[in-house]
Design a binder for this molecule. Structure first.
Ligand SMILES: *Cc1c(COP(=O)(O)O)cnc(C)c1O
Length: 234
């Protein structure tokens, strides 16, 4: 039987995790512009390969995700938001997603907490601008402790760890440096917040390197769905 992309990616994740002597990193499939039907097909493939476990699926925009989440209600998918989130969309995000990976400022912490039922806390990751890139979202590494304390103080939020989207340097040594800096930051965070065990970093081109450098969650689009089409309406 032919091996599909999902099976190949899961195998690569498991091999890289084993080589790093760590539990298998979690895959989050990234949809970009994928339609609900394509996501449902992936969920079916997932259920066949990993019966009983939950598919995590990532969207970049709240408004694009909301109708897909509604259409796929009951499919058991765990929905993650990874894109920049404006505070005025926090209420919709809190109602739509199971995880928000892009929390990077106190105002957003308050807005998400105010909109979420504390009986069902929202899982959040702090997004870190680890290389200090100008104009890039994410908090500065030095802001992580205060932001983590603010999240931990909100019963409606569950602090789960850190997320980064480092620059895709052609030079992999530089990518490795960024991943290693995140790993060190994450280790410090866990001293104060033992439950914040997630380190989300690594995409199609570099997830194996990210796992070697400590990623526990990788976000993968292209390797699952093929290259993003530009201007292709089919
Ligand atoms: C698109 C995207 C990914 C996945 O990227 P691929 O290279 O397609 O695997 C991961 N994280 C974020 C934040 C993204 O926007």
């Amino acid at each position: 039987m032919a091996t599909g992309p999902l099976e190949r990616v899961l195998e690569s994740i498991e091999n890289a995790s084993r080589a790093a002597a760590r539990p298998a990193a979690r895959l989050v499939a990234v949809g970009k512009t994928r339609e609900a039907g394509e996501i449902a097909a992936l969920a079916a493939e997932w259920a066949a390969l990993r019966p009983g476990s939950t598919l995590a699926f990532c969207e970049n925009y709240v408004q694009e995700a909301a109708p897909k989440v509604a259409a796929l209600e009951g499919s058991g998918i765990e929905w993650h938001l990874v894109g920049h989130l404006q505070s005025n969309k926090a209420a919709q995000a809190a109602a739509t997603f199971d995880w928000v990976q892009s929390v990077d400022r106190p105002r957003l912490v308050r807005a998400l907490a105010a909109a979420r039922d504390p009986e069902r806390p929202l899982n959040v990751l702090i997004q870190v601008n680890v290389e200090g890139e100008a104009g890039k979202h994410g908090c500065a590494p030095g802001e992580v402790p205060d932001l983590a304390a603010a999240i931990a103080a909100e019963p409606a939020l569950a602090l789960r760890g850190l997320m980064a989207i480092p620059e895709p340097h052609p030079d992999f040594a530089r990518r490795r440096d960024a991943f290693a800096a995140m790993r060190a930051l994450h280790a410090r965070l866990r001293e104060a917040h033992p439950g914040a065990g997630t380190l989300s970093m690594g995409m199609s081109a570099d997830y194996e390197l990210a796992i070697v450098e400590g990623a526990t969650m990788v976000r993968i689009g292209t390797a699952l769905f093929g290259p993003r089409s530009t201007g292709d309406s089919t």
